[in-house]
Design a protein around this ligand. Structure first.
Ligand SMILES: Nc1nc2c(ncn2[C@@H]2O[C@H](COP(=O)(O)OP(=O)(O)OP(=O)(O)O)[C@@H](O)[C@H]2O)c(=O)[nH]1
Ligand SMILES: [Mg+2]
Ligand SMILES: [Zn+2]
Length: 218
């Protein structure tokens, strides 16, 4: 049907640009993570905490995707990483051509590790290849423990899952083991981190793994 054909053409065009982005990142020795989640799971907070811990060890760049505002990019710059804001003006996911444009604004000769914070949305960001090396999905204890089962595609295409807001477990009905079981049933290779960006719990393990990832070892 025409609609489906158009959608496939758009995705195919996206994949071609994503390959170009991937090549350019690889040429510069940059390792890239596409960070996805529902709105408010804690992507920006996780990046702020991560930058604070790792900025002495490596040069981190961030491409911030938001529908509107540059609030998240301002938070990231304050944390100490070079940042480019993309405002999609309505689009609910990032596309590879946006990343290609954003890379022109970054000092890519000096960046080791690049984060792309995608639009808060558990659905269509999973369909758009951005040329990244790895996809990470953040879930949090305030959003219900049925998300992997209800949004399986996001967990199928990710290599890493971060369960955030562990500090709120006493106040919410959230079974971390159930979430892990659901996610691993969809994707047995998923690497899982359990953190609280509020207390710092679990962030050492996450940052240690990031260092090996940035060095191309995982
Ligand atoms: N209690 C608690 N709150 C947290 C934690 N991590 C983030 N938050 C709070 O959750 C809210 C949303 O965090 P953000 O980091 O802005 O979430 P986001 O995923 O970047 O949101 P969008 O960019 O809008 O999709 C903020 O009020 C954070 O302070 C945590 O570990 N514990
Ligand atoms: Mg954010
Ligand atoms: Zn979308």
């Amino acid at each position: 049907m025409p609609k489906i054909t158009i959608a496939q053409n758009i995705l195919a065009a996206n994949d071609t640009i994503a390959q170009e982005v991937q090549q350019s990142l690889a040429t510069h020795g940059i390792r890239t993570i596409n960070v996805m989640s529902s709105p408010g799971a804690g992507k920006t907070t996780l990046l702020e905490r991560t930058i604070a811990r790792l900025r002495g060890e490596m040069a981190i760049g961030v491409i911030e995707g938001d529908i509107e505002t540059s609030a998240d990019a301002e938070r990231i710059e304050t944390a100490g990483a070079e940042t480019v804001q993309i405002n999609t003006r309505g689009a609910c996911h990032l596309e590879a051509h946006m990343i290609r444009a954003a890379l022109k604004e970054l000092d890519i000769a000096h960046i080791n590790l690049l984060f792309i914070e995608n639009i808060g949305n558990l659905v269509c960001p999973s369909e758009w290849d951005l040329g990244e090396d790895l996809r990470a999905v953040v879930v949090s204890t305030t959003e219900g423990d049925d998300k992997p089962a209800k949004y399986p595609q996001m967990f199928a295409v990710s290599q890493v899952m971060i369960v955030n807001k562990l500090d709120l477990l006493p106040y919410v009905d959230y079974d971390v083991e159930k979430v892990k079981r659901q996610a691993l049933a969809i994707n047995p290779q998923l690497r899982i981190f359990q953190v609280s960006c509020r207390t710092g719990e679990g962030l050492d393990a996450w940052c240690e793994w990031l260092v090996t990832f940035a060095n191309g070892k995982s």
